[in-house]
Design a protein around this ligand. Structure first.
Ligand code: GLU
Length: 449
């Protein structure tokens, strides 16, 4: 049997994560979970200006809310010495070279190439500089950035999601690995970390396909074993556009604030654009059994917020009391009746917090709405004796039906309005025993209790 995989989720802590990022995190987490593997959270924080410790903490909290607890957390900012060492090795191998062009010069060159109908690939002019020219540039104060010398080969890999894949590196510019100020772009540190942490599978969005070809060449140059790669389709909005424009609204933090269930976010994040139907699940383990990177389709994965809300409600309707007891207690729904209340109301909720409303209805004070006082008086007069249980409502309304000939809404609605003070809500059969006889009869008599 293959040894357990080691995967990583590698966000840059330059903002909060959104549901599209959650897709990547979860696909890695579920992949590892299914195979007893290890999941590493790696912060790609080599950009000192944009990376913030607060964002890293928030990302960790967002993942925890989704049910993801990393086995290890690592930060690239703590591993600069390893990257310097790898850069020195690439230089010694002649695979990392200094280039002095400014952004403007590169831009002009690209435009010229395009005008001539040539692909805008970096022309490696830096490799043709004489020692004297180089010295002159340095003397004028120019600092080099550093490019990786690509071999003009076709790089092949067997993609975990997409199967046989290849990129012709002759059609790519030599990528910049290190900036003028000595900081690294993510490309090289990522490879160094993947080697040092023994990453076996890199599962990430298909926007990284080109990076993969480059990185496979860097793995080979550093004589490390390249992991397997898998590129999943990206979530798009309903129109097929990227989610980044709406990243704020679709951040994990804002979905949480809206009362969306974390399991619904997780289920939708990975089931959309897969071979499985979008449906509620009871646990991440169940999801791990349903989904694997190889089950993803190659087409678009359209994300629809309305679908998320509906899935969240359906998820809530199935959650057992044990799964929500802590959150209910935080809302003040606790004690011996809490489980029965949960089971009575869950099927009617679209957000868990609304359970507190129904606790008020059964235990707190309600202002009854009296639409038909005579009918309510009759209901009081024929109310079953206690103790009340689940069958009370049925027996009581059957009796009222016989006495009045009412049925449907005319029979039930005035009772609901008086008993709960609301137009709609969970089944009264389940609420009545929790409300108790005295409270119910008082409300039917118009008293606010
Ligand atoms: N920091 C990179 C990103 O967020 C990581 C990509 C990767 O998984 O290698 O896009």
């Amino acid at each position: 049997m293959a040894s357990p995989p080691v995967v990583r989720f590698a966000p840059s802590p330059t903002g909060r994560i959104h549901i599209g990022n959650a897709r990547t995190a979860l696909l890695n987490w579920l992949f590892a979970r299914r195979r007893n593997g290890t999941f590493i959270l790696r912060f790609d924080d080599t950009d000192p200006e944009r990376s913030k410790a607060e964002y890293a903490d928030a990302i960790e909290a967002d993942l925890k809310w989704l049910g993801i607890t990393p086995d290890l957390v690592r930060r690239q900012s703590e591993r600069m010495a390893a990257y310097d060492e790898a850069a020195a090795r690439l230089r010694a191998l002649g695979r990392l070279y200094a280039a002095y062009e400014t952004a403007d010069e590169l831009d002009r060159r690209r435009k010229r190439q395009q005008a001539l109908g040539r692909p805008p690939i970096y022309d490696r002019a830096a490799l043709r500089l004489s020692e004297a020219e180089r010295a002159g540039l340095e003397a004028s104060g120019r600092k080099p950035h550093w490019r990786f010398l690509l071999e003009p080969t076709i790089v092949h890999w067997d993609d975990v999601v997409r199967g046989e894949s290849h990129i012709d590196c002759a059609s790519l510019s030599d990528p910049v690995l290190r900036r003028e100020d000595g900081t690294y772009l993510y490309t090289l540190p990522s490879v160094v970390d993947d080697i040092d942490f023994g990453i076996t599978h890199v599962i990430r969005g298909e926007d990284h396909v080109t990076n993969t070809a480059v990185q496979i060449q860097i793995f080979e140059a550093l004589a490390g074993a390249a992991p397997r790669f898998g590129h999943h389709n990206l979530l798009t909005d309903a129109g097929g556009g990227g989610l980044s424009k709406r990243a704020g609204a679709l951040s994990i933090a804002s979905l949480r604030a809206k009362g969306i269930e974390s399991l619904a976010v997780a289920a939708l994040a990975v089931l959309v654009g897969s071979a499985e139907a979008v449906r509620p699940v009871d646990s991440l383990d169940e999801l791990a059994g349903l989904i694997d990177p190889s089950h993803l389709s190659h087409g678009a994965a359209r994300f629809d917020e309305a679908e998320l809300e509906a899935l969240s409600a359906r998820t809530l309707h199935r959650l057992p009391y044990a799964a929500v007891a802590d959150r209910l207690a935080a809302l003040g729904v606790a004690g011996p009746k809490a489980e029965a209340l949960w089971l009575a109301v869950r099927g009617n909720l679209s957000r868990l917090d609304d359970a507190a409303i129904w606790r008020e209805v059964v235990e707190g004070e309600v202002a009854p709405i009296v639409e038909d006082a005579d009918f309510l008086k009759l209901a009081v007069s024929c109310a079953p004796e206690g103790p009340w249980d689940q069958s009370t409502w049925g027996a009581w309304t059957t009796r009222l039906k016989e006495l009045t000939g009412r049925k449907g809404r005319a029979l039930f609605h005035p009772l609901r309005l008086a008993l709960t003070g609301r137009e709609a809500g969970p089944e009264l059969a389940a609420l009545l025993p929790l409300m108790g006889r005295a409270r119910a009869l008082a409300r039917l008599s118009g008293q606010s209790v």
